[in-house]
Design a protein around this ligand. Structure first.
Ligand SMILES: Cc1cc2nc3c(=O)[nH]c(=O)nc-3n(C[C@H](O)[C@H](O)[C@H](O)COP(=O)(O)OP(=O)(O)OC[C@H]3O[C@@H](n4cnc5c(N)ncnc54)[C@H](O)[C@@H]3O)c2cc1C
Length: 505
């Protein structure tokens, strides 16, 4: 009988943790996975569900000859002026391991559509999970359980146990179901995969600002616990100030569409995939877009085209083309409506002019919102009637649009300059959207084997980090790289933790 509670402990229950638990269990190890919240999924289950991947069966079917080398080269194009801060060395690990990772996702029963184009990727690489990102915890959780992984929900890890103060990590302290704090020990490694600090006030204030600290996170459970535990062991946080948000996201609907309540069973998603390949897109789009319910972000380009933002009082409050969510975050309830006219609405009906990315179909246009998000879609022949639909003061909205069209400076917003006026009826509004912190990119320093490194690049024995915890200074710009990294790094960290041999102390 082993003196240890298990072989490998995985902290977290999102994409990286499930990948790590699966990899360690596939090597015959006993694995306990500890998830703080009442369910698996984390931000992985909140995501749009796009994964950028190469050499996939989807690409091959379309005759696309892709290669990890091209993927890696193209990733550099996304970083733009931030390239000098990015960790392209680690991005190589992502690009090289993505084809196998994607194969593994498919083997668990996950279905994807695509690939869709996303320049500057030179080839179409964006694959979108069916029917939505909740399929990840559903199917990966089922896969892990089938391998014997013990999944404990409502189990918040608060610290790491080390053999000696500077020695190997041999376990964690955990509080399950609000009971007393307990110790749990691992014969081999511990994998930190408990997400970013988008919901962590202290880390956001320390690496961002007080304003950022005050903005809500989409995923409130991600308070940066893994990052803090790694830092306590001496690992530096890299690119801690690189925080995605505040960003405006349309608020999710109060009631989920019936299609969305279907379980993401392979029999259903395979049928959807079959249909997607064979049926006319105009038939399928309404069905797939019934999933247009996660917190989706409007694209910035629509402001350049002439849309404005007004707060819940109907007032314009910012230069929409310059980080508008920062100002929206401090308006009433942190919310705003996007207002535009028919000219803009007509433009945003087809690629490349989309309102937001969207689960399953890649991109969503004005008519997609009209059909599928009636709760946030408003259209009326006059500004007055539009205001009534939006539940904002008609007088205030009329005055706002009048001042904007006249080219006047407004109290807190600059004149429209070269942007077109809002004059062609009918008039439209989308909202409210709320300012959120979506994710943070600061990660612990890691090796290519996902060992957590101290500031002298020495591995902390027995400690591994994956996903957001093990982001290692990568910025993962472009769609589909964060999820890719969660799964790739999880699989590597899980394998390495399962192979770890503790040095005698
Ligand atoms: C709205 C939204 C849309 C996105 N869309 C995309 C997309 O389409 N493509 C893409 O590539 N990326 C996307 N991302 C980013 C991507 O979802 C994340 O980067 C990725 O899921 C991180 O995976 P993870 O496993 O590291 O963390 P998570 O999936 O967040 O999992 C971390 C888990 O750890 C748990 N946890 C936290 N603290 C503890 C603790 N102390 N003890 C135990 N458990 C703990 C949390 O409850 C959570 O379940 C999106 C993110 C958001 C929020």
């Amino acid at each position: 009988m082993s003196a240890f509670d298990t072989d490998v402990i995985v902290v977290g229950g999102g994409g990286a943790a499930l990948a790590a638990a699966s990899a360690a269990a596939q090597m015959g190890r006993r694995v306990i996975l500890l998830e703080k919240s009442p369910q698996l999924g984390g931000s992985t289950a909140w995501s749009v569900g796009s994964v950028s991947a190469t050499q996939t069966p989807h690409q091959k079917k379309l005759g696309i000859e892709d290669h990890p080398d091209y993927h890696w080269e193209d990733m550099k194009l996304f970083s733009g002026p931030l390239a000098s801060r990015d960790n392209f060395d680690l991005a190589r690990v992502l690009a090289d391991n993505t084809p196998k990772m994607f194969e593994w996702l498919l083997s668990t029963g996950l279905e994807f559509i695509g690939p869709l184009p996303e320049p500057p990727h030179r080839l179409a690489r964006m694959h979108n999970v069916l029917p939505n990102s909740r399929a990840f915890p559903y199917l990966l959780g089922r896969h892990c359980r089938s391998l014997g992984v013990e999944i404990r929900l409502n189990s918040a890890v608060s610290g790491l146990i080390r053999q000696t103060p500077q020695g190997a990590v041999i376990g964690v302290t955990v509080k399950s179901n609000n009971g007393p704090t307990q110790k749990l020990t691992a014969r081999l490694g511990v994998v930190l995969a408990c997400g970013d600090y988008s919901g962590g006030r202290e880390l956001k204030a320390q690496y961002g600002s007080e304003l950022i600290a005050a903005v809500d996170a989409i995923n409130v459970y991600n308070t940066g616990d893994g990052i803090r535990m790694g830092m306590d062991c001496g690992s530096p946080i890299l690119n801690g100030d690189h925080i995605r948000g505040p960003i405006l996201r349309f608020i999710p609907p109060k009631k989920a569409h019936w299609v969305q309540q279907l379980p993401p069973l392979p029999v259903i998603t395979r049928l959807m995939h079959w249909g997607f390949d064979r049926l006319p897109k105009k038939w399928l789009r309404p069905l797939l877009l019934s999933y247009l319910t996660t917190a989706l972000a409007p694209e910035k380009a629509i402001y350049d085209s002439g849309a404005i933002l007004v707060d819940l009082d109907g007032l314009r409050f910012t230069n929409e083309c310059d980080l508008p969510a920062r100002r929206a975050a401090i308006r009433p309830q942190g919310m705003a409506h996007m207002v535009f006219d028919h000219t803009v609405a007509e433009k945003y009906q087809a690629w490349p002019h989309y309102i937001s990315t969207a689960p399953s179909v890649g991109y969503a246009y004005v008519n997609d919102y009209r059909r599928n998000r009636k709760d946030i879609f408003h259209c009326a022949p006059t500004i007055r009637e539009l205001a009534h639909q939006m539940n904002v003061s008609a007088g205030a909205l009329e005055a706002t649009i009048h001042a904007y069209n006249s080219g006047e400076d407004q109290a807190e917003a600059p004149a429209r300059g070269l942007r077109p006026p809002i004059i062609t009826p009918p008039f439209y509004a989308l909202g409210p959207a709320k300012a959120y912190i979506i994710f943070t990119n600061g990660g612990l320093k890691v090796s290519h084997q996902l060992e957590v490194l101290n500031d002298k690049n020495v591995p902390i024995p027995g400690l591994y980090a994956a996903g957001a915890n093990g982001q290692g200074g990568m910025l993962l710009e472009g769609h589909g790289h964060h999820l890719g990294w969660a799964f790739v790094s999880g699989r590597i960290a899980g394998r390495q933790a399962a192979l770890f041999e503790r040095p005698s102390e």
